[in-house]
Design a protein around this ligand. Structure first.
Ligand SMILES: Cc1cc2nc3c(=O)[nH]c(=O)nc-3n(C[C@H](O)[C@H](O)[C@H](O)COP(=O)(O)OP(=O)(O)OC[C@H]3O[C@@H](n4cnc5c(N)ncnc54)[C@H](O)[C@@H]3O)c2cc1C
Length: 487
C-alpha cells in the first residue's frame, strides 16, 4: 500500500530537518515524512565524539549575525549549550612565501577597515597597499550586474589584495575559485556597501559607527575612526555548540520524532500524479500533496521531471573537499597556536586552510592534547587513497606551521560533491527556478545550493519553504472543502 502523506521532506541535512521541524511545530497534525537516502541524518553536519575529543567532520560553527541558527537553538532549548570563540582566537594567519604572517587586524571580508595594520602588514607590497587605499576614491560601479568576487576585489582594492587575501579568505569559505564565484550570491553585502556608500571601507566604517549610536557619521568622523585604529571587528561573529554541531541534528530528530523519519530511503524519481506527487524511493513509493526538496541541486535535477527545472538545477555546480583532523600531544608542539588557524593562498600549499581547533573552541580535547583540522580543496589530491591524503595534510601542516610531533590519531572526512559553487548570475538562475516551480504547485526547494550555503542560510530557507508548503496545503484544503460543499 502506498503511504499517503500531506507533505514529504526530502533530504535529512540541516535544511531538511529544519523544514520538517518547522512544519511539525506549526501543524503537528500533518501526515509528514522526512526521507533521507543515507543511513545517517545531518548531511554535512557531523560530529565525532571519542575519548574527550569533539571532532567536527564538516562545519564547526555558524554566524550569529545571521540569526536563524542561534534562534533555532534557542527554540530547541539549547541556548545554554551555545559556546563562543575563545578570547585568544581572534587572530588568524596567512601563509606568505612559506611562512605564517598575521592577517592585519580589521581586515573584514578583504576590506582593510584599519589603516595602521594595513600599512604595517608584510603580506602586501607598498604599491599593493596604496592600491588598496584606492577604494576610498574610486567611483562605484554604475551597473547592478553580477560579477565574480575576484573582479569586485580587483576593482575596489587591486589585484594583490584579491589574490593574496581575497582568494584564501573568501574563496576558502566556498572551497572555490574567486574568479568564478558570484559576488551577489556569496557576499552581497560587499556590493551593497559599494552601491550605498561608494567606498566599501567607508561603508563598513559607517555601519560600525551607526551600530555604536552615531546615526549619520560625517566623512571626517569616518576617516578619524579609520586612522585612529578603532576596530570594526566586533567580538567573533561565530557560535558553536558545547557537544558539537551534531547535537543540533540530534535535538531536531528528537523533536520531529523518529517515527516520521525514513533513513536509507533514496529518492529516485519525483513524478506528478494529478494534484499529488509520487515519490519513487529505493524502498518503495510514497505519495504526498506537497514536497520540500532539500537535496544537493544536481541530485534534485536527476529526480525531478525532465525539462527546464531539471536543467536549471543541473547547472548549479558543486565541488568536493576533504577535512583531515589530527590529535597531537601539547608537549610536542613546535609553536604556540595563538589564533584560530591559518589560510593558504593558491600556490602556497596543497591545503586550503587549517583550524587550531583547541585554540578556537573550549572543550574540544582532553587536557594535554590539541586538535587541528586541515582542509583539502578540489583537485587531483582528492583522488589519493585515504592514508596518502591524511599524510599529505599532516606534512603540509608541519611544513607551513612547524612541528606537531606524531599524531595521537587522525580522521579523514570526504565531502563528495556537496559544496555549492554559485557562479556569476546565480541569483538570476534562482528567479528562473521560481518561475519553473510555479508550474509544479506544491513543490518547494531549500538548501545550500540555492540562497546561501551557511547553516543559518539553510535554516532560513527551510523555514520559508515550510511556511510556503503550509500555506499551499491550507489553500488546497480550502479549495477541497469548497468543492465538497458544492457537490
Ligand atoms: C567541510 C564543510 C565545512 C563547512 N563549514 C561551515 C561552517 O563552519 N559554518 C556554516 O555555517 N556552514 C558551513 N558549511 C556549510 C554547511 O554545513 C552546509 O551548507 C549545510 O550543512 C548544508 O545542509 P543541507 O541540508 O542543505 O545539505 P546536506 O547537508 O548536503 O544534506 C542533504 C541531504 O540529502 C541527502 N540525500 C542526497 N541524495 C538523496 C536522495 N536521492 N534521496 C534522499 N536523500 C538524499 C544526503 O544524504 C544529505 O543528508 C560547511 C560545509 C562543509 C562541507
Amino acid at each position: 500500500m502506498i503511504a499517503e502523506l500531506d507533505v514529504a521532506v526530502v533530504g535529512g541535512g540541516i535544511s531538511g530537518l529544519s523544514a520538517a521541524f518547522a512544519l511539525m511545530s506549526q501543524a503537528p497534525e500533518l501526515a509528514l515524512s522526512l526521507i533521507e537516502g543515507s543511513p545517517r541524518l545531518g548531511g554535512c553536519v557531523r560530529t565525532e565524539r571519542s575519548d574527550g575529543f569533539v571532532i567536527e567532520a564538516g562545519p564547526d560553527s555558524f554566524l550569529r549575525t545571521k540569526p536563524d541558527a542561534a534562534a533555532l537553538c534557542a527554540e530547541l532549548g539549547m541556548k545554554s549549550e551555545l559556546i563562543e570563540v575563545l578570547p585568544g582566537a581572534h587572530a588568524a594567519y596567512l601563509v606568505r612565501h612559506g611562512a605564517l604572517e598575521r592577517l592585519p587586524a580589521g581586515m573584514v571580508l578583504s576590506a582593510p577597515t584599519r589603516l595602521g595594520p594595513l600599512l604595517d602588514t608584510p603580506l602586501l607590497s607598498f604599491p599593493g597597499k596604496l592600491r588598496a587605499l584606492g577604494d576610498l576614491v574610486i567611483p562605484a560601479k554604475q551597473s547592478g550586474e553580477d560579477e565574480s568576487i575576484e573582479s569586485f576585489l580587483t576593482r575596489r582594492f587591486g589585484a594583490e589584495v584579491a589574490r593574496t587575501i581575497g582568494a584564501p579568505l573568501l574563496g576558502g569559505i566556498y572551497a572555490g575559485d574567486i574568479g568564478e564565484l558570484s559576488l551577489h550570491a556569496t557576499f552581497p553585502q560587499l556590493s551593497l556597501f559599494e552601491s550605498r556608500s561608494r567606498s566599501v571601507i567607508l561603508g563598513m566604517l559607517g555601519a560600525a559607527l551607526q551600530r555604536g549610536g552615531e546615526a549619520h557619521p560625517s566623512l571626517i568622523s569616518l576617516l578619524k575612526s579609520w586612522v585612529r585604529a578603532r576596530s570594526v571587528a566586533a567580538p567573533s561573529p561565530f557560535l558553536s555548540l558545547r557537544d558539537g554541531l551534531e547535537s543540533l541534528v540530534d535535538r531536531l530528530v528528537e523533536r520531529i520524532g523518529r517515527a516520521r523519519i525514513r533513513v536509507d530511503h533514496s529518492l529516485i524519481a519525483l513524478e506528478r500524479d494529478g494534484a499529488r506527487f509520487v515519490l519513487r524511493t529505493s524502498r518503495g513509493t510514497l505519495s504526498a500533496r506537497a514536497v520540500v526538496l532539500t537535496l544537493p541541486a544536481p541530485v534534485a535535477a536527476a529526480v525531478v521531471p525532465e525539462g527546464r527545472l531539471s536543467r536549471e538545477l543541473a547547472a548549479i555546480r558543486y565541488a568536493s573537499t576533504a577535512t583531515a583532523a589530527f590529535a597531537f600531544s601539547k608537549s610536542e608542539l613546535g609553536r604556540e597556536l595563538d589564533g584560530s588557524g591559518f589560510l593558504v593562498p593558491p600556490g602556497e600549499g596543497r591545503i586550503l586552510a587549517a583550524t587550531w581547533v583547541t585554540s578556537k573552541w573550549p572543550g574540544r580535547a582532553p587536557e594535554g592534547s590539541i586538535l587541528v583540522r586541515a582542509y583539502v580543496g578540489p583537485g587531483r589530491d582528492l583522488e589519493l587513497p585515504d592514508s596518502d591524503l591524511v599524510e599529505l595534510a599532516r606534512s603540509e601542516l608541519e611544513r607551513l606551521s612547524g612541528p606537531f610531533g606524531a599524531p595521537l590519531f587522525s580522521r579523514l572526512y570526504r565531502h563528495r560533491g556537496i559544496r555549492p559553487q554559485p557562479g556569476i548570475g546565480h541569483r538570476e538562475r534562482l528567479e528562473r527556478l521560481d518561475t519553473e516551480l510555479a508550474q509544479l504547485p506544491g513543490l518547494f526547494l531549500a538548501g545550500a545550493g540555492y540562497d546561501g550555503v551557511g547553516i543559518p542560510d539553510c535554516i532560513r530557507q527551510a523555514k520559508s519553504a515550510a511556511r510556503a508548503a503550509l500555506s499551499f496545503l491550507n489553500r488546497a484544503s480550502q479549495v477541497d472543502t469548497k468543492a465538497r460543499s458544492t457537490i
